[in-house]
Ligand binder design. Structure first.
Ligand SMILES: Cc1ncc(C[n+]2csc(CCOP(=O)(O)OP(=O)(O)O)c2C)c(N)n1
Length: 442
C-alpha cells in the first residue's frame, strides 16, 4: 500500500528506477526493511515527506541539547560488597560457573604481573596489562557462544583465557618463540587463534570494527546462528573506522555486538578530551543501534547485557552496542608511565575500592563458595602454573629467520625468494655477528 502510493503520488515523483533499486537491495539483504520504512503519503499537508527522516513539523526554533549531565544510566547487578541489588536480575550462574569466572580473572591478573615484570627485566620487548578490566573480558566472553567470532583491540586477553587458550600460547606469542603460530612476527600481546575463533590482533586502532561487521554479514548470509563480538576502547571509537563499522552494521543489519571498554583513558588522553557527548553508548541510537551502558567492574552486569545483546543480534540480525564503564588501573603499556598524567590517589581508588576481582570475590564469600584458605592455595597454584609456562617459553628457540619471508603472500613471488636467498648468503658469511644460538636454523 505504502509503496503503491509512493509510485503514484503526483507531486512526489521518485521514479520507478529508485524503487526497483531499493527493492533489489532489500531482496539481497533478505529483508523487507526498506519497504517497511517507506512513509505513507496520506497527510501531505501535515507531515514532512522528506525521505531522509520520519518526523513531525515544529513551529518554534529549538536546538536539541545533548544530555551529558545526567547520562545513560549504568546497569549493575551487584554492589561493591558483592550483594545482588535486584534479585530479578541475578543471572543465577551456579557455583561452578562463578568459580570458573573468578579463576580466569585472577589467572589473567597473575599472568599480567609476571609478564609485566618480565618486560621490566628486558626478557620480552613489550607488554600491556589488563588490570581492572578483567570483569569486562570474562563477563562478556562467558555470555557468548564458543563458535562466535571475536575481534579485539589488544586489551582483551581475558576473552582468550575464558576460551581455553593455553598459557603456553600466550607466552609463546610474547616471546616470539617457535611455538608462536605467527612465528614471532608481531609485537607481544598481538594474540590470535583460529581454534578459539579469535581473530589476530593488529596495532592500528579500530580497523577491526568494519572488518568485524563484514564477518557478521557473512554469518548472516550463511544463515548460521552465529554472532560476532568486536571489542574496542573509547579512544579507538574516535577513529573513522568506528563510524564506518557502526553505520554499515545498522544499514546491512548484521548480527554483531560492539563492545566498548570505556576505561577513562586513551594512553594519556582523558575522556573529556576524547569526546563531548554522553560517552560511546549515546552514539548507538544515532546509528539506529540498540545500546546499553553497564558497570564493567560487575561481571554479572556485563554477562547479562552481553547475553541479551547476543540473543537479539542473532535472532533479529541487528547490531547491538554495549559500553562497559571501567578504569584502566595499569599503565597504558610498558612504554608508558601513567603517573605523568594522573594521580596515584585516583588509581588507588579503583584498585582498592571498586575492582572487578574483589567484587566477585565478595560475592563468592557471601555465598559461602570461597574462603581465605582456598584463596591462598589458588594464588600459589596459579602463580606456579604461570611461572612454569613462562620458564618453558623462555627456554625455547626463536623461529628460523627464513620465516620472515613466509605468508607475505600466499606464495612467495620470485623477487621475495631472491631476497631470502640473499639473506641466507649474508648470514652464512657473517654468522658470528648474529645471535643464532637463540634461533632455529635458517
Ligand atoms: C590508528 C592508530 N592511531 C594511534 C595509535 C596509537 N595508540 C595505540 S593505543 C592508543 C590508545 C587507545 O585507547 P583506547 O582505545 O581507549 O584503549 P585502551 O588503551 O584504553 O584500552 C593509541 C592512540 C594506533 N595504534 N593506531
Amino acid at each position: 500500500m505504502a509503496v503503491a502510493m509512493a509510485l503514484t503520488a503526483p507531486s512526489l515523483n521518485f521514479g520507478v528506477r529508485s524503487f526497483t533499486r531499493l527493492s533489489r537491495l532489500s531482496q539481497r539483504l533478505f529483508s523487507t526493511a526498506v519497504i517497511r520504512y517507506q512513509q505513507e503519503f496520506t497527510t501531505l499537508e501535515e507531515k514532512p515527506q522528506f525521505p531522509g527522516a520520519s518526523a513531525e513539523y515544529v513551529n518554534t526554533l529549538e536546538f536539541i541539547q545533548p544530555n551529558v549531565i545526567s547520562g545513560i544510566p549504568v546497569y549493575r547487578v551487584m554492589d561493591r560488597k558483592g550483594h545482588i541489588v535486584n534479585p530479578n536480575e541475578d543471572p543465577k550462574l551456579g557455583k561452578e560457573m562463578v568459580l570458573k569466572m573468578y579463576q580466569k580473572m585472577t589467572l589473567l591478573n597473575t599472568m599480567d604481573r609476571i609478564l609485566y615484570e618480565s618486560q621490566r627485566q628486558g626478557r620480552i620487548s613489550f607488554y600491556m596489562t589488563n588490570y581492572g578490566e578483567e570483569g569486562t573480558h570474562v563477563g562478556s566472553a562467558a555470555a557468548i557462544e564458543m563458535q562466535d567470532l571475536v575481534f579485539g583491540q589488544y586489551r582483551e586477553a581475558g576473552v582468550l583465557m575464558w576460551r581455553g587458550y593455553p598459557l603456553d600460547s600466550f607466552m609463546a606469542q610474547c616471546y616470539g618463540n617457535i611455538d608462536d603460530y605467527a612465528h614471532g612476527k608481531q609485537m607481544p600481546v598481538h594474540y590470535g587463534s583460529l581454534e578459539h575463533n579469535f581473530v589476530t590482533i593488529s596495532s592500528p586502532l579500530a580497523t577491526q570494527i568494519p572488518q568485524a561487521v563484514g564477518a557478521a554479514y557473512a554469518y548472516k548470509r550463511s544463515d548460521i546462528d552465529r554472532a560476532v563480538i568486536c571489542y574496542f576502547g573509547e579512544g579507538a571509537a574516535s577513529e573513522g573506522d568506528a563510524h564506518a563499522g557502526f553505520n554499515f552494521a545498522a544499514t546491512l543489519e548484521c548480527p554483531i555486538i560492539f563492545f566498548c571498554r570505556n576505561n577513562g583513558y586513551a594512553i594519556s588522553t582523558p575522556t573529556y578530551e576524547q569526546y563531548r557527548g554522553d560517552g560511546i553508548a549515546a552514539r548507538g541510537p544515532g546509528y539506529g543501534i540498540r545500546s546499553i551502558r553497564v558497570d564493567g567492574n560487575d561481571v554479572f552486569a556485563v554477562y547479562n547485557a552481553t547475553k541479551e545483546a547476543r540473543r537479539h543480534a542473532v535472532s533479529e540480525n541487528q547490531p547491538m552496542l554495549v559500553e562497559a564503564m571501567t578504569y584502566r588501573i595499569g599503565h597504558h603499556s610498558t612504554s608508558d608511565d601513567s603517573s605523568a598524567y594522573r594521580s596515584v590517589d585516583e588509581v588507588s581508588y579503583w584498585d582498592k575500592q571498586d575492582h572487578p576481582i574483589s567484587r566477585l570475590h565478595n560475592f563468592m564469600i557471601n555465598q559461602g563458595w570461597w574462603d581465605d584458605a582456598q584463596e591462598k592455595a589458588w594464588r600459589k597454584q596459579s602463580r606456579k602454573m604461570v611461572i612454569e609456562t613462562f620458564e618453558r617459553a623462555e627456554r625455547k628457540l626463536k623461529p628460523s629467520p627464513k620465516l620472515i619471508f613466509t605468508d607475505v603472500y600466499d606464495t612467495a613471488p620470485p623477487s621475495l625468494q631472491k631476497q631470502e636467498e640473499q639473506l641466507k648468503k649474508h648470514v652464512e658469511r657473517y654468522a658470528e655477528h648474529y645471535p643464532f644460538d637463540k634461533f632455529e636454523r635458517f
